[in-house]
Design a protein around this ligand. Sequence first.
Ligand SMILES: Cc1cc2nc3c(=O)[nH]c(=O)nc-3n(C[C@H](O)[C@H](O)[C@H](O)COP(=O)(O)OP(=O)(O)OC[C@H]3O[C@@H](n4cnc5c(N)ncnc54)[C@H](O)[C@@H]3O)c2cc1C
Length: 464
Amino acid sequence: MEKTSLPVAVIGAGPVGLAAAAHLLERGLEPLVFEAGPTAGAAIEEWRHIRLFSPWRFNIDAAAVRLLEASGWEAPRPTALPYGGELIDNYLAPLAALPALASRLETGARVLAVTRQGMDKTHVRNRDTTPFIVRVLHSDGETRDHTVAAVIDASGTWSTRNPLGTSGLPAIGEEAAAARISSPLPDVAGRDREAFAGKRVLVVGAGHSAANTLLNLAALAKEAPETRILWAIRGASPSKTYGGGDADGLPARGQLGARLRRLVEAGKIELHTGFGISSFKSLDSGVTVGAVDGRTLEADVVVPCTGFRPDLDMLRELRLNLDPAVEAPMELGPLIDPEFHSCGTVPPHGARLLAHPDKDFYIVGMKSYGRAPTFLLATGYEQVRSVAAALAGDREAADTVQLELPETGVCSTDAGTSCDVPATRPAAGAGEAGGESGCCAAPEPVLVAFPPAWPTAAPPTTDT
Ligand SMILES: Cc1cc2nc3c(=O)[nH]c(=O)nc-3n(C[C@H](O)[C@H](O)[C@H](O)COP(=O)(O)OP(=O)(O)OC[C@H]3O[C@@H](n4cnc5c(N)ncnc54)[C@H](O)[C@@H]3O)c2cc1C
């Protein structure tokens, strides 16, 4: 079969994968979308209780909107800030249900590996013109190989959180204690309440998701007073998480941090600083979490707010060019490295910057940022517009990157994590941790340094 008549595989039906499919269709190319989860937006489904910090206007893709509008869809108010659940219900689900996409989307289809047909990574001859093989575990339990002309990996990073152990490795016993470790952003005061009410909960991490989880746990503890909240951070001080309090130049950060500080000072949250985790010991009654310096903490459940990393295993047979630190495409890495960019200024970029030695293979979306936490959907939408143009042979359009992004992105104190999230949906009966005036009760946008022309539902603030 001619390589050009083959479809283009898209891995993942998150917002960026679906946008990629929409752009490919506009370009006359045939997308074949494999989604591991049961529905489009499966990763966001797990944080549907979290409010996005960017307004609708920047959360929807232009080609996807063109498809949707042709079916009578009405765009949400552009300045409103949706919850993750609303992003799915009002945008991703209707998009995935359009016949043009539904017929090209397979859910319950997990991509296991990508390679070139008939050659491993070491073979170079005719490599560029040889189709790719995408190996997929389908929902019927069968594993099948699919031959495609190109591959766009939009599989995100949600399923590969960073380990809790120090040194980038799981702590000894961490895997065996998996039943005691929650998802990275549990809805502690809502959907997942039962797993947390009245329990000893250890939150690990110093970013915004840790802060928000702690505040919601404090709200939960008001209703279920036996709930004990422990907080372990690797650093010597939580000052970065607290921000500048009332004097903080970024009000939402200051407010969130001030509330957290008050709870810690009041003894409602038990803070353990300098707690680099070295071991987990599972017991019938819970788990003992050991620190490098010999201290131990007992918990029933541990919430890992330690960020995410890309799954590169399935790309092992491809020739990639990744930044050695961030694991983003080589040229993108230095632009987003959280060690140097707490408020990353990310120039617009497209196919050229995202290219790898294996021609016609691209990593896009959240995964394209590797371990860096500052990815924005609008960035991903421009990436896939450019990639689709490149795959269609329209080099000029591919190279004309027109990112309508702020010069500065999302700020983060969570170097190396993706846990920088805004406030969660208010907990019922939220008081100190989730009262009317706090971030948990009235989530605010946490965009930073958007140009004044950008409409936001509230004054721009930052996500530390
Ligand atoms: C809590 C939170 C809040 C955020 N808020 C914002 C915000 O306000 N504004 C903003 O611009 N960005 C925000 N982001 C960052 C980012 O835009 C989102 O993470 C977004 O979901 C990334 O989209 P994506 O399509 O790249 O990846 P995902 O949404 O993670 O989608 C990837 C898809 O691939 C599937 N998949 C994974 N592995 C495989 C496989 N092997 N085979 C097949 N399918 C697979 C997954 O099931 C998933 O459906 C936020 C992130 C988080 C975690």
